[in-house]
Design a protein around this ligand. Structure first.
Ligand SMILES: [Zn+2]
Length: 471
């Protein structure tokens, strides 16, 4: 059997060692190991060998789509002129107005609460839809609304109307409805996303998309099978999500979206939780506000928690709610990268009483809450290193500080991303004999890497004993 020998790698505090990988597993750790016939040899030259990074909350299809979309928000787009330039350039590039133009990352700091008339002034002929960076809102121009061909009496709830009953172009939480109407046919190609993540050392992913069902799972499994996506994958989704069939893919929790504006009845939410648990699945709540978290915890109390239940974001977590999280045994999956990319807006928009409890780090760790990290790409950049940096320095893009008391050490920040994929927040995976060889080799020691936490220090990424990026 061929294999891989990594010599002279820094392994934690233990100094340097040689690591032999056979098949999918670490077979031997020692010193002075010699390469055998057919074995590939990598001299790590003292570079740190880390467990492969896991992004515990990402949206792969949306990330691939975003890579083919117009960026409409900060920091790249700060004002209406830049927005208009970018959208017009995209329309020109499309030549004819046949295909939909898709914008992402919009925030009202760019040009207020856009509506169809605003977009018509910028791009009148092409069908255009722009997603708010919260993911909760799409804004469409008139050409797009016309293409949807909705009878005036059949407008779905969530399609906002003006005083005359005409659609404003704003569609709230209508992703599923919109997707069904804009049949694009082929699922997006995930190979560029897979390669980008592999180059950053990412070996495991949890796709946290609420509407994942049989067809999304099939597309994700096809991407794994073809090698387009070289990582291991957990897939969250709806009640209908079937079990996975590929050995590198596993079905994960039922995702429950909570939306401050339309909070469900706690009893109904408890029923959904109980149904997921009865089906052998945990639940993952989307909670970005205080009241969403209160509701999730109340419903969980009613349904009875199951080990592994998790809260995504827990963006605002004051001490009384941290206590309840602990009491229910709930894991938290956080996105420290938002402190950097959205921090300036948070300082402006978030209520003063909530600011001390925003995307907490140290507070969760010290309370003993199992805490894992993620990027939530495409809503954040898919770079776990940028998220680690933000967890440590807690600074916005403009350099403003956000509750520095919540800062983590570089080691704690790394641990957010090296915790097991199916047990986020547990102790980081260990590099030991018999462990699955999902690894990330840096081009420098950890001592040097911890100073910058820059993804460019990733030299080789290994999944199941095979190098999927670097050499
Ligand atoms: Zn998300």
């Amino acid at each position: 059997m061929s294999g891989l020998l990594i010599t002279n790698a820094q392994l934690g505090e233990a100094g340097t060692a040689d690591v032999r990988i056979r098949g999918e597993q670490i077979a031997e750790i020692g010193s002075g190991l010699l390469a055998r016939a057919g074995e590939k040899h990598i001299d790590a030259a003292g570079g740190a060998l880390l467990p492969g990074l896991r992004d515990h909350h990402i949206h792969l299809m949306a990330l691939a789509a975003a890579r083919n979309s117009v960026c409409c928000g900060p920091p790249q787009v700060q004002d209406v002129e830049t927005l208009a330039d970018r959208l017009r350039a995209a329309a020109v590039a499309e030549r004819g107005p046949g295909r939909w133009l898709r914008g992402v990352g919009y925030h009202e700091s760019v040009a207020g609460w856009l509506d169809r008339a605003d977009l018509d002034r910028i791009v009148p002929d092409h069908k255009i839809r722009i997603q708010h960076r919260s993911g909760a809102l799409w804004i469409l121009n008139s050409a797009a609304l016309e293409a949807l061909d909705v009878e005036p009496g059949a407008m779905p709830e969530g399609m906002e109307r003006d005083g005359d009953g005409q659609p404003t172009g704003r569609l709230h939480r209508l992703d599923d409805w919109l997707r069904a109407r804009i049949a694009t046919g082929e699922p997006p190609d995930l190979s560029a996303v897979g390669a980008e993540l592999a180059a950053l050392g990412v070996t495991g992913l949890c796709d946290a998309t609420a509407h994942n069902g049989a067809s999304e799972l099939a597309a994700l499994e096809a991407a794994i099978r073809s090698g387009a996506l070289p990582q291991r994958l957990l897939v969250m989704g709806g009640a209908e999500l079937p079990p996975a069939s590929h050995p590198r893919v596993r079905r994960h929790h039922r995702k429950l979206m909570l939306d401050e504006g339309h909070l469900p009845d706690p009893g109904e939410l408890a029923d959904e939780i109980a149904a997921a648990h009865a089906a052998g699945r945990g639940v993952a709540f989307h909670c970005v506000t205080r009241s969403e978290l209160v509701l999730a915890l109340a419903a969980l109390e009613q349904a009875g928690p199951r080990p592994g239940d998790r809260v995504e974001h827990a963006s605002v977590a004051p001490p009384d709610l941290v206590e309840l999280l602990l009491d229910r045994g709930v894991r938290v999956v956080t996105q420290p990268g938002f402190l950097h990319s959205r921090g300036d807006a948070y300082l402006h928009d978030v209520e003063a009483r909530d600011l001390p409890w925003l995307y907490r780090g140290r507070g969760f760790v010290e309370a003993g809450i199992p805490l894992a990290g993620s990027t939530d790409a495409p809503f954040g950049e898919p770079d776990p290193w940028a998220a680690m940096r933000a967890a440590v320095d807690r600074r916005s893009a403009s350099g403003a500080s956000l509750c520095p008391d919540e800062a983590l050490t570089p080691e704690q920040a790394l641990a957010l991303f090296t915790t097991p994929l199916d047990r986020p927040g547990d102790a980081p995976s260990r590099i030991e004999c018999g462990a699955v060889a999902d690894l990330c080799l840096l081009d420098r020691s950890w001592h040097a890497a911890r100073e910058t936490l820059d993804g460019r220090c990733v030299r080789i990424t290994i999944v199941g004993g095979e190098a999927v990026s670097g050499s």
